[in-house]
Design a binder for this molecule. Structure first.
Ligand SMILES: Nc1ncnc2c1ncn2[C@@H]1O[C@H](COP(=O)(O)OP(=O)(O)OP(=O)(O)O)[C@@H](O)[C@H]1O
Ligand SMILES: NC(=O)c1ccc[n+]([C@@H]2O[C@H](COP(=O)(O)O)[C@@H](O)[C@H]2O)c1
Length: 172
């Protein structure tokens, strides 16, 4: 039995993340999804709460033949102990997956087997691009799994993002 760990901010969970889970599912029987920066919400970079992101992930992966766990991981001031912090919050895992260079470096230094995947359609499948489209009332729904559209709607997410983006840009 192999268990993987995949961390991201998932602001929001999009089709690139979904493709990465499909790719990881070829290697593992179980997967922990770490909800990074779990304490952050209501900002342009991190509009959705940990709970909203858990709903996006749980509903999007419901049909996968894979046991999944979503675990919120708050940020720490100290990169040097971040892997221990992650391990203290997560079920044990054998392999970590990330395409984030800092995350890869920290797992590597801690002696954890860490693997990258190819980037899928990165020109559009990027959280920053999706949040810009939400702010500008452009099409974003086709770039996320269908349940994510419902979660954003239930949270009034577009209105929230547009509001916090105005406050962030005004420096208020
Ligand atoms: N299109 C993609 N294909 C493969 N991996 C991706 C893709 N988009 C993001 N990832 C990876 O998924 C992990 C989590 O990504 P993250 O939640 O930061 O999304 P992001 O799209 O990079 O968003 P942001 O622009 O908000 O940083 C990271 O390791 C990231 O490199
Ligand atoms: N010191 C820390 O708290 C620390 C270090 C490395 C990564 N992280 C977090 O891990 C997550 C990585 O996800 P992304 O690949 O989506 O950036 C982010 O939430 C990031 O803040 C935190």
């Amino acid at each position: 039995m192999t268990r993987g760990f995949y961390i991201g901010r998932f602001q929001p969970f999009h089709n690139g993340h979904y493709s990465m889970v499909e790719r990881i599912a070829e290697d593992v029987d179980e997967l922990v999804l770490g909800i990074g920066s779990a304490g952050d919400s209501h900002s342009t970079r991190n509009p959705f709460t940990a709970g909203e992101r858990i709903m996006m992930i749980t509903k999007s992966l419901v049909d996968f033949d894979l046991v999944t766990y979503a675990v919120p991981i708050e940020d720490l001031e100290r990169n040097s102990v971040w892997v221990s912090h992650v391990q203290s919050m997560s079920p044990d895992f054998d392999i970590a997956y990330s395409n984030n260079p800092l995350v890869i470096q920290l797992f590597h230094e801690a002696g954890v087997d860490v693997r990258q995947s190819p980037m899928f359609n990165r020109e559009v499948l990027e959280g920053t691009e999706l949040r810009e489209r939400m702010i500008d009332d452009e099409d974003w729904e086709g770039l996320v799994p269908d349940p994510v559209v419902d979660v954003v709607e239930e949270a009034n997410g577009i209105e929230r993002l547009q509001m916090v983006n105005d406050s962030d840009s005004n420096g208020t």
